[in-house]
Design a protein around this ligand. Structure first.
Ligand code: ADP
Ligand code: MG
Length: 160
C-alpha cells in the first residue's frame, strides 16, 4: 500500500537562513537524489539552490539557468540545476533521465513543466512568501530516502 507522503515544514526569515537550511541539505545529498523547487518568481528557489551547492562544496557562482535550461556544476558530486520555466513543450525530452538516474544530484525549478518525466521518488520543496523576508518551505518526501534526509535536517534546524 502507498503511504501518504510525509511533509516537513521550515520557516526562514532571511535569504541567509534559507541558504543555511539548503546547505545542510547539500551536505546530506547522494548520487541520484532529485529535488524539485516550486514557488512564485522571487520565492527563493535559486537562493535555495545556491545554499545547496555550497553544502556540496561547489565553489562557482550558481545563478538561474533560465536561458540554458540545464547547468552542471562540480563539487563533492555533480549538481544538475534545471530551470524548465521556458520549455515550450512539456513533452519535450531533453534526456532528463541521464540526469535523474545519473551520478549527480538534480534540482529542478518549475517541475510542473516536466511532471510526467520526474522520477516517482523525489523530494518536493514548495516555497511561499510571507511578510517581508519570511519564507515557508514545505518539503514533501516521496520515498523513504527523502524522509531520512528531511528527518536529519529537522534535527539540525529544530526551533525554526
Ligand atoms: P526564484 O528562483 O524563486 O525566482 P530567487 O532565489 O532568484 O527566487 O530570489 C529570491 C529573492 O528573495 C532574492 O532576492 C533573495 O535575496 C530574497 N529573499 C528575501 N528573503 C528570503 C528568504 N527568507 N529566503 C530566500 N530568499 C529571500
Ligand atoms: Mg530562479
Amino acid at each position: 500500500m502507498m503511504r501518504a507522503a510525509q511533509t516537513y515544514t521550515f520557516h526562514t526569515h532571511s535569504m541567509q537562513e534559507t541558504q543555511v537550511l539548503a546547505e545542510s541539505v547539500g551536505r546530506l545529498v547522494e548520487p541520484g537524489d532529485v529535488f524539485t523547487l516550486t514557488g512564485d518568481l522571487g520565492a527563493g528557489k535559486t537562493t535555495f539552490t545556491q545554499g545547496l551547492a555550497r553544502g556540496m562544496e561547489i565553489s562557482g557562482v550558481v545563478n538561474s539557468p533560465t536561458f540554458t535550461i540545464i547547468k552542471e556544476y562540480m563539487g563533492r558530486l555533480p549538481l544538475y540545476h534545471m530551470d524548465v520555466y521556458r520549455m515550450e513543450d512539456e513533452l519535450e525530452d531533453l534526456g532528463f533521465d541521464e540526469y535523474f538516474y545519473g551520478d549527480g544530484v538534480t534540482v529542478v525549478e518549475w517541475p510542473q513543466m516536466i511532471a510526467e518525466q520526474l522520477p516517482a521518488e523525489h523530494c518536493e520543496i514548495a516555497i511561499t512568501r510571507g511578510e517581508g523576508d519570511d519564507r515557508t518551505l514545505v518539503f514533501t518526501a516521496y520515498g523513504r530516502r527523502y524522509e531520512t534526509v528531511c528527518e536529519a535536517i529537522k534535527n539540525d534546524h529544530s526551533g525554526n
